[in-house]
Design a protein around this ligand. Structure first.
Ligand code: NDP
Length: 458
């Protein structure tokens, strides 16, 4: 391979073809840089291949069973959902992932970047060695290798347990599934399989699921998830598990014994830095093996940068993409730009859904005096058919500035709603700005501009 003007084979060598890596590679190449990207598995990364995208399609699928029951209550006849057919759904799911993967591959290729379907290892500050045997030099190296599921050393877990990596490839649909963990992935999948008709148990070691989120919301969600049929237990862990003729036998730390078809561990994710050669090249790694970076995603070795989950800042796809864009702007456009990690909105696709931006009540109170506005009620659509499902709207407001510091929404479409609320929060909207916005009637979300009196004041 002949070198370019800088004397290196490439201006940029990206390791990892996920959301962050592909974006950085494509935009840098479109700007005229000579770019290569190596991916050892499938283009698209966790989000497209075994994360957000297939998960969301399963969320959609899981809504139709309960929706058919509700339709009957609204007067529709002959609309019982029947049984979920994994055999029909799964090939459609994988065809869609193949389609998206091809788009990623094509867009990156069209930008002029060279793509290597190989594992890459950093051998020094400017060199990358591929599993294919080739070695390349690059002026800049970008580590965008993401993360992978972590499994605890519970007896039987590594042999019999599955993770979010395997869940989309199951040959048979699990009629009985145990989900271990209480974070995003565990709670979302508990709701998904419950909606699809499985018997679902969720065991979480802590006192309440979704640690780190607003406490009131955590309690509200746990109540609804239990009421919807998930056998949710907190303060409970797997002691051991064994293969039996009719499934997987699981013993809990409280002595209970249960049989399941699958046991899914959603017990966190760890950065993919093992064997990547970064430490040997002088790159400092932090807690759990995460790549340490400065505000511009630069590591302790000036020519090596890192973006996305491998840096364990905010492990969300849109954040990785922003980090990638800021990296290109900084390194290739001569415009030092640090990604903005303030007020990043996110949604937990549980049933009901939870959308959040800004601070929880607890975190806000630690920082300053606050007013809390909240309304929980049965929305029109569910109260009409006597369903107990409630929604929750909550605003955290600074007493000193009257700025809205946090918005929390639980209910149908909360993920969609929070995207718009996030614009207001990002603009520094005050409670008075919310109040002078006229309600859209009849909607659930009108409540967000109608809450007049704080439910709690510091
Ligand atoms: P989380 O960090 O959200 O949750 C991990 C869970 O595993 C916690 O409940 C944790 O318990 C538990 N846990 C950790 N170690 C052990 C152990 N040794 N034994 C038992 N339980 C354990 O990670 P996830 O894997 O659910 O998700 C990873 C990240 O992916 C999220 O943080 C999020 O950023 C992203 N994501 C985003 C989604 C979205 O935007 N909708 C959806 C899915 C993932 P404890 O609380 O006690 O530590």
């Amino acid at each position: 391979m002949s070198g370019n003007e800088s004397g290196f084979d490439y201006d940029l060598f990206v390791i990892g073809g996920g959301s962050g890596g592909v974006r950085a590679g494509r935009v840098a190449a479109e700007g005229g840089a000579k770019v290569a990207l190596a991916e050892e598995f499938r283009m698209g990364g966790t989000c497209v291949i075994r994360g957000c995208v297939p998960k969301k399609l399963m969320v959609f699928a899981s809504h139709y069973g309960p929706a058919a029951e509700e339709a009957a209550k609204y007067g529709w006849r002959g609309n019982a959902a029947g049984e979920f057919d994994w055999g029909q759904f799964q090939p459609m799911l994988h065809a869609e992932l193949d389609r998206l993967e091809a788009i990623y591959q094509r867009n990156l290729g069209n930008s002029g970047a060279d793509i290597f379907n190989a594992r890459a290892v950093v051998t020094d500050a400017h060199t990358v060695a591929l599993s294919s045997g080739e070695t390349f030099t690059a002026k800049h190296i970008l580590a965008a290798t993401g993360g992978r599921p972590f499994l605890p050393d519970t007896p039987g877990a590594h042999e019999l347990g599955i993770t979010s990596n395997e869940i989309f490839n199951l040959e048979t649909f699990p009629k009985r599934i145990l989900i271990v963990g209480g974070g995003y992935i565990a709670t979302e999948f508990a709701c998904i399989f419950n909606g699809l008709g499985s018997h679902v148990a969720q065991w979480y070691r802590g006192a309440q699921i979704l640690r780190g989120f607003d406490d009131e919301v955590r309690g509200f969600l746990a109540e609804h998830i239990s009421a919807s049929g998930v056998d949710l237990h907190v303060g409970l862990e797997v002691e051991r598990m064994e293969r039996r003729v009719d499934g997987i036998w699981v013993k809990g730390t409280d002595g209970r014994e249960e049989m399941f078809d699958q046991v899914m561990f959603a017990t966190g994710r760890v950065p993919n830095t093992d064997g990547l050669g970064l430490e040997e090249a002088g790159v400092k790694l932090g807690r759990g093996g995460a790549v340490e970076v400065d505000a511009y995603s630069q590591t302790s070795v000036p020519s090596i940068y890192a973006v996305g989950d491998v840096t364990n800042r905010i492990t969300l796809t849109p954040v990785a993409i922003r980090e990638a864009m800021a990296f290109v702007e900084t390194v290739f456009n001569g415009n030092p730009t640090s990604p903005d990690h303030e007020n990043v909105a996110s949604a937990v696709f549980t049933q009901p859904e939870y959308g959040t931006v800004g601070l929880s009540e607890e975190d806000a109170r630690e920082a300053e005096k606050i007013d809390v506005y909240a309304a929980a009620f049965r929305p029109m659509q569910s109260s009409f058919i006597g369903s107990g499902e409630r929604v929750l709207f909550k605003l955290i407001v600074s007493q000193a500035t009257q700025k809205v510091l946090g918005v929390h929404i639980v209910g149908p479409g909360a993920g969609e709603m929070i995207q718009l609320a996030a614009v207001a929060v990002k603009m520094g909207a005050t409670k008075a700005d919310f109040d002078r916005t006229v309600a859209v009637h009849p909607t659930m979300s009108e409540e967000i501009v109608l809450m007049k009196t704080p439910v709690r004041k510091d």
